[in-house]
Design a protein around this ligand. Structure first.
Ligand SMILES: Cc1cc2nc3c(=O)[nH]c(=O)nc-3n(C[C@H](O)[C@H](O)[C@H](O)COP(=O)(O)OP(=O)(O)OC[C@H]3O[C@@H](n4cnc5c(N)ncnc54)[C@H](O)[C@@H]3O)c2cc1C
Length: 470
């Protein structure tokens, strides 16, 4: 159904371009003409805001689908989430859109309890963990739930006073590598070793402590109500619903290769040879990907630095399905935190009234490469062998469905942005500025929000900024 809709959209888009030669400004038309690049949540939300504000909008998307890092894998059994899966209580903009569009959601507890622990290949329950022999943490750390160790350590260290404080000069002293700072503040080497699993950076030496403190403040706000909202029919329902309100179709297969601007407008060139002109551009391409797009004249200042240097953490989702509840046989919960290559195993919350054995493995950071780099045919067997090593009861009872490796996808090159030591100071504030007629939005450009809410916050802010210029 969605594929059919998208095929129609591609054909309609091609026809429009052939008819006009471009999606550019028409003389005498009072409405501003804006090209939105990227049909992820930020691009689609920007397009709807711009449309509602009276602009004429075209959306160029490189791939053949809507949603970007939202991707409900409708091609796989159980339709698991390749990217974003949950919306938190603090996501006010996202929830407002959900209500306005009538998108179905259901509530479930945030996943923190009942988690089994597997360290060094040994399983223990969450209850046994504080006194287990495999627990090599120091002092008070020993009693902390392992799945939330990072959160608890950051709660102890975080000096930030509120969600906006991360860009204030007073806190720039924390824009240094996290690992040595944490060590100097009494965090044990074992805690730091465990924090490298399911990480939000490519290593604790490589990330600014200020970035982690900011993320922690966001997590505190996000998990305040300790419930999360999941989408009936999958997270892709949200981008689908937004796109259905646009009066022009998204143009798929439009990989932007170059953007040139002059005093009078902007020209966008795509890999398929088409050229599109507009008064303004809203660019939502993740910065590690935008780095390969020819920008003329080259952006200077903080935004130029950020485009050249902002990194993204690797993120991989692996989809499995248990044909029998093997966790009843070994007595440990299916949800597991481990220092093995599987990192974090979750039994998915099913929609009310629908029980399945869907399991999600969430890999983050350096550990993603272990499976991302295997030949396609070897991935499933390698993952199931590793699961059977950790949980022998799972052997022969679990099937591999598929994998989403965001770091190896050239349209994303990672899962989420982060700041290296010194980068918040270098461009944390200045990267929010537009580059002349080109405005930037996306998860990397929110002041307060995180994840989906960051895409909503930045796209709303920049759409308003464009509309006020008319
Ligand atoms: C594994 C994973 C799990 C996540 N889980 C959650 C969660 O549970 N909750 C949450 O809030 N957030 C979560 N997130 C984050 C959330 O998915 C993102 O913050 C959000 O979807 C980003 O939206 P965006 O529009 O900024 O970027 P994107 O979704 O990346 O959109 C960018 C778009 O630009 C397109 N594009 C790229 N290059 C070009 C080009 N050259 N020309 C044209 N188009 C191009 C891409 O194809 C894409 O469609 C998760 C992310 C990942 C990776």
């Amino acid at each position: 159904m969605q594929q059919h809709h998208q095929r129609r959209a591609v054909i309609a888009g091609s026809a429009a371009i052939m008819a006009t030669g471009s999606v550019g400004h028409v003389r005498g038309q009072p409405k501003p003409n804006v090209i939105v690049i990227g049909a992820g949540l930020a691009g689609l939300n920007a397009a709807l805001h711009l449309q509602d504000g009276g602009a004429r909008v075209s959306v160029l998307e490189a791939s053949s689908r809507l949603g970007g890092r939202i991707h409900t894998r409708r091609d796989l059994e159980g339709a698991p989430e390749g990217g974003a899966k949950q919306v938190h209580d603090s996501y006010t903009r996202t929830q407002a859109r959900i209500r306005e569009l009538g998108v179905g959601v259901f509530k479930r507890p945030v996943l923190t309890s009942g988690t089994a622990v597997n360290i060094g290949g040994v399983n223990v329950s969450a209850k046994e963990w504080p006194t287990a022999a495999i627990n090599k943490l120091a002092g008070d750390e020993r009693g902390l739930p392992l799945a939330t160790l990072r959160f608890q350590v950051l709660t102890k260290l975080n000096p930030l006073t509120d969600l906006q404080a991360w860009r204030q000069p007073a806190f720039q002293q924390y824009d240094v590598a996290f690992k040595p700072l944490a060590r100097s503040l009494g965090i044990s080497d074992e805690a730091l070793r465990i924090m490298e699993f399911a990480a939000t950076s490519m290593g604790l030496d490589d990330v600014s402590a200020l970035h982690l403190f900011r993320r922690h403040k966001q997590s505190q706000a996000a998990e305040f109500g300790s419930t999360a909202r999941f989408f009936t029919g999958g997270t892709s329902s949200l981008p689908d619903a937004i796109a259905s309100k646009l009066t022009t179709s998204v143009l798929f297969g439009k990989q932007v290769k170059g953007i040139t601007q002059s005093k009078s407008g902007v020209e966008v060139r795509c890999a398929d040879g088409t050229t599109h002109t507009a008064d303004f551009v809203m660019c939502t391409i993740p910065f590690p990907v935008l780095r390969d797009v020819a920008l003329d004249p080259a952006p200077s200042g903080g935004v130029g630095l950020a485009i050249r240097a902002l990194p993204a953490v690797h993120a991989t989702h692996i989809h499995l399905i248990a044909r029998a509840p093997f966790w009843h046989d070994d007595g440990f919960p299916p949800t597991m935190f481990t220092d093995s290559p599987l990192e974090m195993v979750s039994k998915l919350f099913d929609e009310p009234g629908h029980e399945s054995g869907s399991l999600l493995l969430e890999l983050r950071g350096r550990g993603c490469a272990r499976f991302d780099s295997l030949p396609e045919a070897d991935k499933g067997p390698a993952i199931l062998t590793e699961l059977a090593r950790l949980r022998p009861a799972s052997k022969g009872k679990v099937d591999y469905l598929g994998i989403d490796s965001w770091a190896t996808n050239p349209l994303f090159k990672g899962g989420y942005h982060y700041f290296r030591p010194g980068q918040v100071t270098a461009f944390g504030a200045a990267m929010f500025s537009p580059w002349g007629r080109v405005h930037f939005a996306g998860e990397h450009l929110a002041e307060i929000g995180v994840g989906l809410e960051a895409a909503m916050e930045s796209s709303e802010r920049e759409a308003r900024a464009i509309l006020t210029k008319f």
